[in-house]
Design a protein around this ligand. Structure first.
Ligand SMILES: Cc1cc2nc3c(=O)[nH]c(=O)nc-3n(C[C@H](O)[C@H](O)[C@H](O)COP(=O)(O)OP(=O)(O)OC[C@H]3O[C@@H](n4cnc5c(N)ncnc54)[C@H](O)[C@@H]3O)c2cc1C
Length: 366
């Protein structure tokens, strides 16, 4: 483990807000280059992140090439993820998209997100401070002055570069681009983890798109001896009511038996990649991963890793060439923007639905 949890200093070369895969990947791209880099995380690490924890083949390749072999204690069981089975309505058979068939790839793997994210961060030489929240920032000469909160106190930290890797509801994005979030379609996700039984095959993400059942979309996967049931609804729809309807359907049609509810979680996702609404930052501030809208339709970890690395490399190139860091970054992520759009296009073409635009509350969508 290279990086360590430390006390806050007054000045850094680069501050990264968020210790998810996007933040870890930025830190890794800068590691060993002599920078004073800080990762700020508002939660206590290792932190829970609502996520199926499936590493698609492209994420696996990225991680093994850049971060090394994933420690086995981060693996979930069953380890192998074969792909996605999509159920369009109550009565039709599922449509199977196996990773091996679609891209002539290997299978993906299932991991524990909390362990994965902490391990990814530990691979760089960045300092890591958890339980510390980014509050606001302002330009001050050539530097950026941040206000952060820790232990009930606010502190000022100065930096040359700021990376917003702070996820869906990014405070860095809201601070820099006030008003932008008002145009976003938001989806509320709810999930429960059960001890019990179900007749769905392990090793697949089972995705359900019947609006009457799920509100918008639902998912089931089996992980570490638990059945995980999740659903998401556009703003204004009663997500828990739909969740109960979805569970009733799973009990009736897929023999779901719940012995015990062991956990439940909720989170919000936005529609940025589904409606081609990416935001990359400005000047010496970058938005990476979900903060910038990057997600290949269920495959968000890959996009987070790729755009985080692009931000780190853009900082290095800007210092070497004197070119604008944000313009270098914009060019560097063009391909990933196309990749995200293609993922939604692929879904629409093959399944006939982009669930995020079907009931999005974004302007322009009916
Ligand atoms: C239900 C669900 C299932 C999913 N399943 C998969 C899957 O199986 N495979 C896949 O590839 N993708 C999946 N995704 C998408 C994936 O989880 C995300 O795309 C990915 O986590 C984005 O990484 P990130 O680093 O951009 O943000 P995050 O992983 O969200 O990390 C952001 C971090 O920033 C921190 N933070 C936020 N605000 C502040 C602040 N003000 N100050 C300091 N820290 C802050 C947060 O605590 C968090 O740790 C799923 C998403 C959902 C909602």
């Amino acid at each position: 483990m290279k990086n360590r949890q430390t006390a806050l200093k007054e000045k850094y070369d680069v501050v990264i807000v968020g210790s998810g895969p996007a933040g870890a990947s930025t830190a890794m791209a800068l590691s060993g280059q002599g920078f004073q880099t800080l990762i700020l995380e508002k939660k206590k690490l290792p932190r829970h992140k609502m996520c199926s924890g499936m590493l698609f083949p492209s994420a696996l390749r990225f991680i093994s090439g850049i971060f090394g072999d994933i420690p086995q204690d981060i693996y979930s069981r069953p380890l192998s993820v074969k792909g996605v089975r999509s159920y369009m309505d109550m009565d039709s058979p599922f449509v199977e998209m196996a990773f091996s068939r679609r891209n002539r790839e290997t299978d993906g793997i299932s991991v524990k997100r909390s362990g994965l994210d902490k391990w990814l961060c530990s691979r760089s030489d960045a300092a890591l401070v958890d339980l510390c929240s980014f509050k606001s920032c302002m330009k001050q000469g050539d530097e950026i002055l941040l206000r952060v909160a820790m232990n009930g106190h606010e502190f000022e930290v100065r930096t040359n570069y700021l990376v917003g890797a702070d996820g869906t509801l990014s405070r860095v994005r809201r601070t820099l681009f006030p008003g932008f979030d008002r145009g976003l379609g938001l989806f509320f996700n709810y999930e429960e983890w059960y001890a019990g039984k179900i007749d769905l095959e392990p090793g697949w993400l089972h995705a359900f798109y019947d609006e009457k059942l799920t509100g918008c979309f639902g998912g089931v996967f089996l992980k570490d001896g638990r059945i995980v049931v999740t659903n998401g609804c556009g703003q204004g729809k009663p997500v828990k009511e739909y969740f109960d309807v979805f569970c009733g359907y799973l009990q009736e049609r897929h023999s779901l038996v719940i012995d015990e509810t062991v956990a439940n979680y909720g989170c919000v996702v936005h529609d940025m990649p589904a409606v081609d609404n990416f935001l990359t930052g400005k000047e010496n501030v970058f938005l990476v991963g979900e903060a910038g809208g990057f997600n290949r339709c269920a495959e968000g970890i890959t996009s987070a890793l790729i755009t985080g690395k692009a931000a780190g490399e853009s900082i290095l190139k800007s210092i070497q060439t004197g070119e604008s860091a944000s313009e270098i970054y914009l060019v560097a992520v063009k391909q990933e923007i196309e990749r995200c759009k293609k993922a939604y296009g692929f879904m629409e073409k093959n399944l006939g639905v982009n669930p995020f635009t079907r009931s999005s509350n974004s302007p322009g969508w009916s």
